[in-house]
Design a protein around this ligand. Structure first.
Ligand code: FAD
Length: 266
């Protein structure tokens, strides 16, 4: 599975907010619940989905959303009139408990601009939402590979999910930049993995730039037994990929996705 195959995934799941927990200075965890989530497939690792949120007043029939978000599903959504009443953003399954139909979602609380981040901060028990399954982006590498995982806080849920689900013999390094040390969460990583937290409050800059500087300063193992996963702010991801390619890492071994763009439009 990879990010390129997301549009082939199918599945619409309705849920409501069951709990809203302020995890740390910059994170809110929503637990969402619904019978539908008992049958959400478990892709593990960085499993992600399109989060569909009603934006206006009054009820919205979330069942009318497309169950696939490729080009056809997107066009259907845009032309249906629902696009004026439902916002769609991308999020990661932090934990899935199918036995009770629950999913935890960790939202970066990035202020009052945008839709999903502000919504999560004020979400109430019973608020409605829908998830469209997108599979996962991460593909586990060969056992002898050295794996490099790099991201900012928005990719913390994905990287911690990858570390949780990797075979215990996996080896590598994870660089995770967080706004401040208190935002770092407990990690279940394979023994052969180093997890390095980068605390942005020590040298405030555009999100992702401290992780990029750390990546550029690494003494990297030689290809070909390497693979990388880069996620987070766009400049971190593109700068990190460029650096690895210049160091001779095969493009085919670098999975990368820009999650958001600093200063980007809502
Ligand atoms: C596959 C995938 C999985 C993702 N998983 C998660 C996840 O589990 N948790 C998570 O928090 N995010 C995750 N993201 C990132 C999330 O989709 C974006 O941050 C998204 O822009 C949030 O939407 P919004 O409505 O809050 O803000 P938007 O309306 O998109 O943007 C509004 C403003 O907020 C700024 N902004 C957006 N995100 C951030 C941020 N993280 N930090 C600071 N400023 C920001 C933008 O630059 C813009 O100026 C994921 C993205 C992808 C592609």
């Amino acid at each position: 599975m990879s990010f390129k195959e997301a549009s082939k995934q199918r599945g619409l799941y309705l849920a409501t907010v069951a709990r809203n927990l302020r995890l740390s200075p910059h994170f809110v965890r929503l637990t969402v619940q619904g019978e539908d989530l008992e049958r959400l497939p478990r892709h593990g690792y960085d499993q992600w989905f399109r989060l569909c949120l009603p934006t206006g007043d009054g009820p919205v029939d979330l069942n009318a959303l497309p169950d696939q978000f490729g080009l056809a599903g997107y066009l259907k959504f845009k032309s249906s009139g629902l696009a004026q009443r439902v916002a769609v953003r991308n999020y990661t399954v932090r934990q899935h408990r199918p036995e009770v139909g629950e999913v935890d979602i960790d939202f970066v609380a990035h202020g009052d601009r945008g839709v999903a981040g502000p919504w999560a901060q004020r979400a109430q028990v019973g608020d409605q939402l829908a998830l469209i399954d997108q599979g996962r982006g991460f593909s586990p590498a060969g056992e002898s590979d050295f794996q490099l995982l790099v991201g900012d806080e928005s990719a913390q849920p994905a990287i911690l999910g990858i570390l949780r689900d990797l075979p215990r013999a996996a080896q590598g390094l994870a660089l995770i930049e967080v706004p401040e040390a208190a935002d770092a969460q407990p990690v279940e990583a394979p023994e052969g993995f180093e997890v390095r937290w980068i605390d942005r409050s020590q040298s405030p800059a555009r999100p992702g730039q401290a992780a990029l500087a750390e990546l550029r300063g690494l003494s990297l193992p030689d290809p070909p037994a390497v693979s990388a996963y880069l996620a987070g702010e766009q400049a971190l991801v593109t700068g990190g990929r460029r650096h690895l390619v210049a160091a001779g890492w095969p493009k085919s071994k670098i999975e990368f996705v820009g999650y958001w763009r600093a200063g980007g439009a809502t």
